[in-house]
Design a protein. Structure first.
Length: 297
């Protein structure tokens, strides 16, 4: 067995064990489903963890109504294919907000929507596909992360995780967020997708797309709501996405990678973080950590 497959086997076994242990220590668990590659891997692991039974808990998708159309179509296809229960939640009070101009858009349509959904359905354990190598604040997360009343995160008030022993205890008002693929890297994710033949959204592969180039980044014109500036021109360019979110806030990269082997080869030489194209990470100093402290995933 190759060393690469040995590593993937170890990561898979660790993640499945965490998923099962968290489920055994929960009353009402849920898995976040963003429709991205990490969510697709996490869902695959959950299916393996409980095979031959179906996944025994719901998936939660926070729909801002600004996701790429391909993402929503993919979500609906996967739901039907694997007979999943997917709860789709939207903060109706923020439907008039525009991510291109309203600074409170992320707080209202993502953070507030997530917290409201968790409260509405009274979920106590929430699985997520975040990884420590993605972004600085996520490297501070425990695999089993305590959230205080109001889903607030205090990185200084977390339980030790020595020798891969996880504490699922919680006090009144606390919930847990569980990150089974914390120890995976972007490279691991792509190699696992290839090995397991996991279906992912086509946006991860290069294709000639209608877009504008802004500040050196490419933005896909997914619908007519995208506001083009006077000095910008519509172009058609071969681009793909390393991360997926709300389309006006998610920049693509110029690329000719059209299959998994080419993606894996490309990221070996990539110097920037995969989230460097997510504008919500860059809107203020320590942006992601502040959002996480307030309840963002």
């Amino acid at each position: 067995m190759s060393s690469k497959n040995q590593l993937l086997d170890q990561l898979e076994a660790e993640a499945i064990s965490i998923i099962r242990d968290a489920y055994a220590n929960s009353d009402n668990p849920v898995m976040m489903y963003s429709i991205g590659k990490d969510s697709s891997v996490l869902l695959h692991l959950a299916r393996k963890a409980f095979y031959p039974s179906n996944v025994p808990f719901s998936l939660l998708h926070i729909d801002t109504k600004w996701k790429f159309k391909e993402m929503i179509s993919f979500r609906d296809k996967i739901k039907k294919k694997f007979k999943l229960k997917i709860i789709t939640y939207t903060n109706q009070k923020g439907l008039k907000l525009n991510p291109q101009k309203d600074k409170n858009y992320t707080d209202v349509m993502k953070t507030k929507a997530l917290k409201d959904a968790l409260d509405k359905y009274k979920f106590d354990v929430v699985y997520g596909g975040a990884r420590r190598d993605e972004e600085a604040s996520r490297s501070k997360e425990r695999i089993v992360s305590v959230r205080e009343y109001g889903h607030l995160w205090n990185p200084k008030n977390q339980k030790p995780e020595l020798w891969s022993l996880y504490n699922f205890g919680r006090n009144d008002g606390q919930t847990l967020r569980v990150f089974p693929i914390s120890n995976w890297t972007e490279f691991d994710i792509w190699n696992y997708i290839k090995r397991e033949n996991i279906e992912i959204v086509d946006l991860y592969f290069s294709k000639k797309r209608k877009c504008v180039k802004r500040d050196g980044a490419y933005f896909f014109l997914d619908d007519k709501r995208f506001k083009i500036k006077n000095n910008e021109k519509i172009i058609f360019e071969n681009i793909r996405f390393r991360t997926l979110g709300c389309y006006p806030l998610t920049a693509g990269i110029k690329s000719n990678t059209k299959n998994l082997n080419e993606v894996i080869k490309e990221i070996l030489y990539e110097k920037n973080s995969e989230r460097s194209g997510r504008l919500i990470d860059l809107d203020k100093p320590n942006s992601m950590e502040l959002k996480k402290r307030e309840g963002y995933f």
